[in-house]
Write a protein that binds this ligand. Sequence first.
Ligand SMILES: Cc1cc2nc3c(=O)[nH]c(=O)nc-3n(C[C@H](O)[C@H](O)[C@H](O)COP(=O)(O)O)c2cc1C
Length: 385
Amino acid sequence: MRTSVCDMLGIEFPIFAFSHCRDVVAAVSKAGGFGVLGVARLTPDELETELRWIEKEVGDRPFGVDAQIPAKLYGDESGAELPREELEAQIPERHRKFINDLLARYGVPELPPQLSDEKLPYTIARDAFSREKEVALLEVALRHPIRLIASALGPPPAHLVDAAHRKGVRIAGLVGAKKHVRKQLDAGVDLIIAQSYEAAGHTGDIGGMVLIPEVVDAAGPVPVLAAGGIASGRQFAAALALGAQGVWCGSVWLTTEEAETHPLVKEKLLRATSSDTVRTLSESGKPCRQLRTAWAEEWEGPDSPGSLPSPLQWLLCADALERIQRAAYSSEGARKLMGYSVGQVVGSLNEVKPVHQVIFDMVDGCLNVAQGFADTLSGNEELDR
Ligand SMILES: Cc1cc2nc3c(=O)[nH]c(=O)nc-3n(C[C@H](O)[C@H](O)[C@H](O)COP(=O)(O)O)c2cc1C
């Protein structure tokens, strides 16, 4: 397989994997795709450890990182970052009480004090969006042989684009609407990721069938990757047919053998149908597609005080979400509340596979579609004659 992004990044298959799990990132790059580590939940020291490990695992295979660098920040018109204490002080008591009552109602136990410093083996949302933190993380990333930095939540800042380009590192920008493309191009991105409504995580409200060709047209010569709802060869082929030069997938890796997904979440994902996700404000304060859980439903219920704007909602919920994860094995209530970001394609994730098998199936399926089209269309041509 060879599209423009294969040449740009030195990969065999134009399949990109967003993952918080280093094992997935390495396995994708080793299988001929491009692994991208989500850094938003790491500290700079943790990132250093993860990148060293990936580097050793993949040898000279390419890989990258993804950061959430918010273009707009809450609370200060000038865009400066408010200190955490000031943000915390803005969280209304009513919201804190709602969470405490919710956890009590679902019987989620308090954390034993000695546990609070112990790191969970599963990734969770710990921090609010922070521009300062993301920039510190990217400084670490640029000391490693990464080939790509993807930036979500707005165009990347000029100093980051310059620093990356000086080192030959490409920059990708995520967009959820055609109108965002111009700003990304002006910021100097080398690649655009068109992330549609179906996708896991922070999504816009336009479906892929409409979004991808619109973004491809707006991006001109800059290549576009399609994101959202892609987990099979047929979906991969459809993305290429819409003009994308590759695919950017997140959900499909969550149920792979290598993924560090909480085992009880993995079970929920394997059982879920494509109707079992919801775009909710209840974790981060921005529309984020997640598994439909009691947590998301309670935030929509009659007693809910309503979600707070980002990043206050994130600050409000981070401890509670950690408490829920830690209690999941012992508390049925915690299991009902526990969810994760996942896209609508979860309905087709019904078995655990190794990463290399996912890639093989996607490539093989895509080639079958292409061959099928070639056969059918040439057959039709003969009939027309
Ligand atoms: C668990 C999870 C967390 C995600 N977090 C981020 C993130 O921090 N930054 C980001 O750019 N995208 C994030 N995404 C979205 C992915 O980058 C990707 O665009 C999306 O998963 C593609 O749609 P799909 O889930 O249908 O494959 C996340 C996806 C998942 C599954």
